[in-house]
Write a protein that binds this ligand. Structure first.
Ligand code: UTP
Length: 289
């Protein structure tokens, strides 16, 4: 069955990015000239997704506003003949079928995904984290969707991370069964550096079968007092095969201050209009360091 629907959990509290996240969502933090979540929506659409559900929480209304129509702004731009800017604004409000649901309390990523149960129904679906941007030739989600077409099992998007960073991620204990593809034997959420079964980490992209909802309903509270998606997938693994796919592309955690800075600099260096001036600036600055 084709993957048509995507869920973007964006209801987390974003504590790593305080104070900016006190009153505004980290998913709306700007990377050059677009909020982080727009990159994620664009990746989903470029991968062939038809319907998107964004999981929101309190203080997250600006996410819905960003993808809504803005008649006053559009009228103003039209009156001033700013056709290029008008196109940017209009394209945004028409770019996708986006639905919203609230996660009433930030009880963890697994709990956020559970809020998508009614939207998803009985079909496989994608999950893209609202603050994980991947830059690559083929969209990361498309790579996972292609792998799903071959294997028809739930798939986590993974990459190798530095060994001392494993305690920040869901980590895969698995066996390589094909190019870039592991069969998952066990999943461990944020293991300690010494106990981690590998450094193959889940990095914000998933294809899940609908049976994940039953698994999440049984998932106990885990690390950080939250219901973890990794733990839910580990329960699902008892009855269904789960794979991990090592996607290509550079991944940025924009919910982390350093990750955000790296994304901003690297995206600016590729930006159609800004890249030349910005490169000159960065080079000159580097010489003073
Ligand atoms: P993070 O692990 O980055 O957690 O969530 P967080 O709580 O948002 O941020 P920190 O760690 O406190 O800084 C990964 C993704 O899952 C969403 C977040 O919005 C983010 O896109 N999420 C997390 C939810 O939707 N609900 C939750 O309860 C937790």
């Amino acid at each position: 069955m084709k993957v048509r629907k995507a869920v973007i959990p964006a209801a987390g509290l974003g504590t790593r990015f305080l104070p900016v996240t006190k009153a505004q969502p980290k998913e709306m933090i700007c990377i050059v000239d677009k909020p982080a979540i727009q990159y994620i929506v664009e990746e989903a659409l470029a991968s062939g997704i038809e319907e998107i559900l964004i999981i929101m929480g309190r203080n997250k209304e600006s996410i819905a506003n960003h993808f809504d129509k803005t008649p006053e702004l559009d009228h103003n731009l039209a009156a001033k003949n700013k056709t290029d800017l008008l196109k940017i604004s209009e394209d945004l409000s028409e770019m996708a079928n986006i639905h919203f649901v609230r996660q009433k309390e930030a009880k963890g990523l697994g709990h956020a995904v559970l809020c998508a149960k009614a939207f998803v129904g009985n079909e496989p679906f994608a999950v893209l984290l609202g603050d994980d941007i991947v830059d690559g030739e083929v969209p990361a989600l498309k790579q996972l969707m292609d792998a799903y077409e071959t294997h028809e099992s739930s798939i986590l998007g993974v990459q190798h991370v530095a060994k001392d960073q494993v305690d920040k991620y869901g980590i895969v204990d698995g066996a390589l069964i094909a190019d870039r593809t592991y069969e998952v034997k066990r999943l461990v959420e944020k293991p300690s550096v010494v106990s981690a079964p590998s450094n193959v980490a889940a990095l914000g992209r998933y294809i899940l079968t609908p049976e994940i909802f039953e698994a999440l309903e049984k998932t106990p509270v885990g690390k950080g007092g939250e219901i973890q998606l990794t733990d839910g997938m580990d329960i699902l693994r008892e009855t269904q095969k789960i794979l991990a796919y090592d996607f290509s592309g550079k991944r940025y955690d924009t919910g982390d201050k350093l990750g955000y800075l790296k994304a901003t600099v690297e995206f600016a260096l590729k930006h159609e209009v800004l890249k030349d001036d910005f490169k000159d600036y960065v080079k000159a600055l580097a010489e003073t360091l």
